[in-house]
Write a protein that binds this ligand. Structure first.
Ligand SMILES: [Zn+2]
Length: 364
């Protein structure tokens, strides 16, 4: 499918230093837009490191009665909002300068900082340790089990990493790499202090999405949802991950709009393994046959590094008296999820422009 890539220089200054600065830049750009907008902020409980309020800021850009909507989500995983926010700011700049065309009958819904606590504190999860992208399950039923996680748990948080590395290597040798990654990152509901914990009730970001769907009657429109993530896959590459069922209208739409670079965890073609409780499922449930939800995942460093860094993060946050160590670790987290490297940032912005243009064209 042909699409129109915005022709404009890439400017990495859209990568902000903090959640608070990103929010301010965004607010300033929104005042410069000439098209109609509707802002709806969602207050989240808790505060940021400077005592600041935490808000998921949403804005509808374009006609209220648009039959097609591109939904651009940043910060599903808090800290990944650094890159997601930059992508949104880049698109707002292009809109302000008149360098991107939004097709007729189309609106853009930008969701900024879906997990604002994690963004502000530079963690993936929310204040309760919940991973929003494992939170979309039916909480009226018994919680899913992840027996392999429970089996490995005793080695995961040891200060000495050697026994953990041995245990993980043995598990991988016995069950394979995919099984290991599912054990660690597929989602677990038994250990609130551990990573990839899905919680016991709908999290803030899930409630925001459900409210947006209702508020804008999104089930009645054609949707291209792009959920921006970082930290998995090859350095600088933006992988389009589709978690619709392989033989479904959603997958057919994704492949038609975004082409052969679409990958499917359920077919084993993705950097991501199949996971429980994805945010996708809130949207899949209301989507029609001309809609799809994709994750645009920008790679940084290896998956083993990701696991080590996250395990350390959760270890530090489960103890009370090590604020200094947490502060130090925040920098490591930032480096993993949003490297301060102009080349990486340029790759992110270019690929995002490409995928957004494809998504805008797709719903037509
Ligand atoms: Zn993520």
């Amino acid at each position: 499918m042909s699409y129109c890539l915005p022709f404009a220089a890439i400017d990495t200054r859209v990568f902000s230093d903090s959640y608070a600065v990103a929010l301010q830049c965004r607010a300033e750009l929104l005042t410069k837009l000439s098209c109609p907008i509707q802002s709806v902020p969602y207050l989240c409980s808790g505060t940021g490191p400077q005592g600041e309020q935490l808000i998921t800021d949403t804005v509808w850009i374009g006609p209220e009665n648009a039959s097609r909507v591109l939904v651009l989500i940043a910060g599903t995983h808090g800290i990944e909002g650094f890159a997601g926010s930059a992508v949104q700011l880049d698109m707002l700049n292009l809109l302000v300068e008149g360098l991107i065309d939004i097709p007729d009958h189309t609106a853009v819904l930008m969701v900024h900082a879906l997990t604002p606590w994690g963004y502000a504190w530079q963690r993936r999860c929310d204040a309760k340790g919940v991973d929003l992208n494992r939170n979309v399950i039916d909480f009226s039923r018994s919680l899913p089990e992840n027996k392999a996680y429970d089996l490995l748990k005793s080695t995961l948080y040891l200060a000495d990493s050697s026994p953990r590395k041995i245990a993980l290597a043995e598990f991988e040798q016995q069950h394979g790499r995919v099984a290991l990654e599912i054990a660690l990152s597929g989602g677990q509901y038994s250990d609130p202090t551990g990573p990839f914990y899905g919680g016991t009730a709908p999290a803030h970001g899930r409630l925001v999405c459900e409210d947006l769907i209702q508020r804008y009657a999104l089930q009645q429109r054609y949707l291209a949802v792009i959920d921006l993530h970082t930290g998995l896959g090859p350095y600088g590459y933006g992988e389009i991950i589709c978690d619709h069922q392989p033989d479904s209208a959603g997958t057919r739409a994704a492949q038609h709009w975004y082409g052969d670079s679409v990958t499917l965890p359920l077919l084993g073609t993705s950097s991501s393994v199949p996971k429980t409780g994805l945010l996708d499922y809130v949207w899949h449930a209301i989507m029609n046959e001309r809609s799809c939800y994709v994750t645009l995942e920008f790679g940084t460093f290896s998956t083993d590094q990701l696991f080590e860094i996250l395990l350390r993060d959760h270890q530090l946050w489960s103890q009370d008296d090590n604020e200094l160590a947490r502060l130090k670790h925040r920098k490591i987290m930032r480096h993993h999820f949003c490297p301060n490297d102009q080349a990486w940032q340029e790759l992110v912005l270019f690929r995002a422009r490409q995928v957004i243009a494809q998504g805008l064209q797709g719903t037509c």
